[in-house]
Design a protein around this ligand. Sequence first.
Ligand code: UD1
Length: 476
Amino acid sequence: MQRNSLILEDRPINHSLSLTDSHSLPEEDKSVLQIWGGNPLHGHVKISGAKNSALAIMAGAILCPDDCRLRNVPSLVDVARMSQILAALGLKIERNGDTLDIDARHLQQSQAPYELVSQLRASFFVIGPVLARLGAARVPLPGGCAIGARPVDLHVRGLQAMGAEVHIDHGMVHAYVPGRNPKLKGAKIYLDYPSVGATETLMMAATLAEGETTLENAAQEPEVVDLANFCRAMGARIRGAGTNTIVISGVPNLHSVDYPIIPDRIEAGTFLVAGAITHSEITISPVVPDHLTAVIAKLQDIGAKVIAEEPNCLRLVPGRLRATDIETLPYPGFPTDMQAPFMALLTKSEGDSVITETVFENRLGHVAELNRMGADIRVKGKHALIRGVSMLSGAPVVATDLRASAALVIAALAADGKTTIQRLHHLDRGYYDLEGKLRQLGAKIERVQDKTDAGVEADQTLTAPSQILTPPQMQS
Ligand code: UD1
């Protein structure tokens, strides 16, 4: 098996963005996507490993004083960034295809570098495992982001309940366990909100703590369960993951593991929506249909059918699209990460729909861009009122965050004429080769450099609100 020493990404992320050096991620991708709408899709899509699982499990690998092999790791910019953070902490990372080998034997550094943490909120989650292993951790505050304030108070309070002293100064969270035996202590922790990140941070911290930790009102997302399963495969004692009460009995040590990441339910949902909006029959696999219950239910409400072909394969059978109402909620409710793609779908569904975003306070940046394409959406507080239109028209648009980018791609597939999407660095954080997979289904889509007429044209026609939306430093 050919191995690349400390090469974090050994194959192209997309046509223009190739990461071959562990310390040089591209500043910002200057390419744009051009999509000519109106082409029906057909065929099969292979779903990649789950981004959010991969990021949490990579942090979890810090807990193991040995080698871990992760399989089905998606080749994404966020994964490359997380790899850089682990490398900065002293871990050895080797990538070979979709396998990632992480050797945390030489975890030496308790401080995560600001430049990296500031670009990826999930990297804050390393605070739990670093503290559990070294008794001290210093991680910069992740700060604000485009989709909301996203504080880390629940992470911090949970660590304090486990006996850590935590001080925040100059934007840095300093956590340490006082005393000669710097071991976290089991505790009963109630989370005010079932935060995915806080549940993951505290679950990881508790695996090596002395005694039992109970997390009440814990997040139940499949990615939390995946992280728990990964930790259990290393010898951790965790029960209840996937319910709102998780109990972790600390163990002194964990051991080496070979672990496959679950399929990405958000990528899967995005392709189902792409099939529905283009009235196309497509299949997707591998998926865990149970992870998509809320998404499938809403697709059926809207008029598309989703049929389980095999246990891990779904077929989307299109139908006439009609309006529905959606409220985003923690799992098993409707996922906030699918809100923007569904909004694109509802723009072309007959009747009036309401989407209510309850998880993040500022996650409707795509509305202005969808309206630029002819959609009829009004925002009132956390509600978006969508009046279905018979036609969307291609236009130059700007991606404002990761899932907003996917929404624009979906709208463009169903729009009349050409859409040009700028700021693709958002898309590349969370979708592996989206355009390649869509092209394989028959979409007319290509990535070109921004120097082309398309980019210039897009720059010239943008109006103020879109221009003001600075690309966020911090991401979901
Ligand atoms: C994770 C996912 C993201 C998804 C989100 C909700 C990763 C890498 N990202 O993000 O894709 O959209 O779950 O499903 O897994 N909050 C606090 N205090 C805290 C922590 C969170 O107030 O200490 C708030 C946040 O501001 C937000 C809400 O809780 O309004 C949900 O956040 P959380 O579940 O923590 O999301 P993330 O883990 O950041």
